[in-house]
Ligand binder design. Structure first.
Ligand code: MN
Length: 717
């Protein structure tokens, strides 16, 4: 036994001072003993994990998670949520892993704790209102289980309660974030009590003077109202009883921040707000509410236009009540809310009311569907015309099909789910997309195709003269990126086709000892007119794309009498490897520099390079006009695809061996396939990237020398 735990057993009051006995007393009121015990086990575990850590206030750290669990116990949350609350800081602050939590407390608890830790990792910096809205959505989008948000809100509430220990600047930043982000989320989920407390604490520390002024006014009003409150409550109770309605009438406290907001929104004075008497009437059933409002309106004169039926048309977070304002005794303004007990629970705790522990109603399935049920219920009770808009606003929050990511400056951008770094780049600006060459996600370099996740910070690295890659079209998900890449490729292809066509035509003309420069303008104009083409570039483009045959056009450009071509004069078109989209390398024979090559013209694809002797060229035999004589330009600086077949004896690890030999020669492997021939031998097919024939020859030599290799050959269709 170590010193600390023996000390603890000697200090029976230690636990009480940490708040845990209070928590357990709350749990015993609604949870079966077995569940209470599991929460206690979580406490013991967290106690050990946070051992020696202290909060700013000097208290042992464990007091914080225990207090957070206590807040959730007040909402009568289920045991998993409470355990997660107790453990919510152990991953972040101690060495505990998610796996350990899963082993000790189950997968569900581990997921909840993990969710809270993830939320803690992202921070809100911007002051802009639109950004705050996006940030709130980002938080909700990150959460797969709404209980994570509930733990987070409870965590924030306790942190706000104990804010005093922090330095002023930090205090202000947290208070600001609480007002901008967390209180509105609590409101969105209908968690009124938590929302009110967060607002109150945030307002108090951000604007202490304004807060005090309102409090003073409230206290004064309360003193003045004392005489009246009892009288009004009594008159309302009496009238309701006379009508045979059983009801509870309560005076209603006003909270400072909502008064402050009302003053700003409605431009009214403090006194106009605080001098109003607030009451709440709670009855048994919805139809009783309507009877009760009749009684209330019969007791005091209602103010015109102030009656609101939030029972028939609930607020978007599920809040239901009848609201009305009246002229009380001596014309004193009175506000009354009427609701059922059930509506009251929802009004206080919102979505938490739907998560509350109910015996026999547990089970993972039921739980995962509860958020959906809650939403469904909201939709059903929403009976007014704009339910679609309502659905949109709630659904976006709860079942997000968007991801929210940060720019390096902290601005938030919204993208569809599955969006990649390239989508992000195009979302920022078309030029950024077109010139992007690399991306950093959370400061780490990642492939451009990487899908983005909520809360990540994305930085795009661009380079002057960089061009979009045609392969991007295969993975981008946004219409903007796809359209921009396609448009770019189309333009690129056109200009490349024009250039290639010009060269092909020049090559064809050379056979007649001519060149484009020597062709008289009138001749060119005549040919263009005959072909119905607007200008030379259109002609070149069509030749480049293989839609017109260069030698035919060349013949038409000849001076009328000089006739036949001198076949022996054929000058090959040089291939530099940089032609782009109008020159392709056949995947049947994989030509590489120094290979003897021949090209065919393919309509729409331009020039396709084959190796001499490739069987696929035979089909062009009948159309010699579609053949183009080509040659490699010396010193080509790029890599080409090539395919080799390696026959090997079947032995463990032989593929890995061959692959590592290939990698050892600084050669990239693009693709591997294994065809097992029989029990003894297999054929490995590698698609590699090589510079030229010499590179390939050296590589084949190395592979051939390996013990298990029977033969190596290059594919030739
Ligand atoms: Mn915490």
């Amino acid at each position: 036994m170590d010193v600390t735990s023996s000390l603890r057993s000697l200090l029976p009051y230690g636990r009480r001072s940490l708040g845990v006995n209070q928590l357990i007393a709350k749990l015993e009121k609604y949870l079966p003993p077995a569940d209470v015990e599991r929460v206690e086990q979580a406490y013991e575990y967290a106690y050990q994990a946070h051992e020696g850590q202290r909060r700013r206030s000097g208290e042992p750290y464990i007091t914080h998670p225990v207090a957070v669990a206590g807040l959730l116990a007040d909402l009568r949350m289920d045991p998993q949520t409470l355990i997660a609350a107790i453990l919510h800081d152990v991953v972040e602050d101690t060495g505990t892993t998610k796996l350990e939590i899963a082993e000790k407390f189950g997968q569900e608890v581990a997921e909840l704790v993990d969710g809270v830790s993830k939320l803690d990792q992202i921070q809100f910096k911007s002051r802009k209102e639109a950004q705050a809205e996006s940030f709130r959505k980002m938080l909700l989008a990150m959460v797969r289980d709404l209980r994570v948000i509930m733990v987070k809100l409870a965590d924030r509430t306790h942190n706000m309660r104990t804010l005093g220990a922090l330095p002023p600047a930090k205090r202000r930043a947290i208070a600001r974030e609480t007002l901008d982000i967390y209180a509105p989320i609590a409101n969105r989920l209908g968690m009124h009590n938590i929302k009110t407390e967060l607002e109150d604490l945030g307002f108090r520390s951000l604007y202490p003077r304004r807060c005090r002024a309102i409090e003073v006014a409230l206290r004064r009003a309360k003193g003045n109202q004392k005489r009246f409150v009892g009288r009004i409550a009594g008159e309302l109770e009496g009238a309701l009883r006379k009508a045979g309605i059983e009801a509870r009438v309560e005076g209603r406290e006003k909270d400072v921040y909502s008064i402050y907001k009302k003053m700003r929104r409605k431009k009214v004075s403090l006194n106009e707000i605080v001098d109003v008497y607030g009451f709440r009437i709670i009855v048994d059933r919805a139809d009783t509410c309507y009877r009760a409002i009749g009684v209330v309106h019969g007791t005091y004169k209602p103010m015109p236009g102030r009656f609101k039926d939030y029972i028939a048309i609930p607020r978007s977070n599920g809040y239901q009540s009848l609201h009305t304002s009246l002229f009380g005794p001596d014309g004193a303004p009175i506000e009354v809310q009427i609701r059922t007990e059930e509506m009251h629970t929802v009004a206080e705790s919102g979505i938490a009311a739907h998560w509350q522990y109910k015996e026999g109603a547990e089970g993972a399935h039921a739980r995962s569907d509860r958020a959906r049920e809650w939403l469904q219920q909201l939709i059903e009770i929403q009976q007014d015309g704009n339910s679609e808009e309502f659905l949109e606003s709630v659904k976006v929050d709860l079942f997000p099909d968007k991801v929210y990511v940060f720019t390096p400056k902290g601005d938030i951008r919204r993208l569809p789910r599955g969006a990649t770094c390239v989508d992000f780049a195009y979302d920022v600006h078309t030029d950024v997309g077109n010139r992007c060459v690399a991306a950093k996600v959370d400061r780490k370099l990642v492939p451009l195709r990487t899908p983005l996740r909520n809360g990540q910070t994305v930085e795009i690295i661009t380079a002057k003269g960089a061009k979009p890659n045609p392969a991007w079209v295969n993975f981008v998900v946004t219409a903007k990126a796809r359209a921009a890449i396609r448009q770019y490729l189309k333009n690129l292809r056109r200009s490349e086709a024009v250039e290639l066509g010009r060269r092909l035509l020049n090559q064809a003309l050379e056979e007649f000892s001519l060149s484009l420069r020597k062709v008289p303008q009138e001749t060119m104009a005549r040919v263009l007119e005959e072909l119905g083409l607007a200008n030379k570039n259109v002609l070149f483009e069509q030749i480049g794309l293989g839609e017109r045959i260069a030698p035919f056009i060349a013949r038409r450009l000849l001076p009328t009498e000089s006739g036949s071509a001198d076949e022996s004069m054929t000058v090959p078109l040089t291939i530099a490897g940089t032609e782009g989209l109008v020159v392709t390398y056949a995947r049947c024979c994989f030509p590489i520099p120094n290979d003897p090559i021949l090209a065919s013209l393919s309509s729409g694809r331009g020039v396709v390079i084959h190796r001499e002797g490739c069987r696929n060229l035979a089909s062009f035999r009948k159309h010699p006009e579609k053949w183009v004589s080509v040659a490699w330009q010396p010193d080509i600086d790029r890599l080409f695809h090539v395919e080799i077949k390696v026959e090997v004896t079947n032995r463990m690890g032989v593929l890995a061996h061959v692959a590592s030999t290939i990698a050892g020669t600084q050669t990239n492997i693009d693709r591997v396939a294994v065809n097992t021939r029989d029990t003894n031998t297999s054929t490995l097919v590698f698609e590699l990237l090589v510079k030229d024939r010499r590179h390939l020859a050296g590589l084949i030599r190395e592979i051939r020398a390996m013990p298990d290799v029977l033969s190596v050959s290059r594919t030739l269709a």
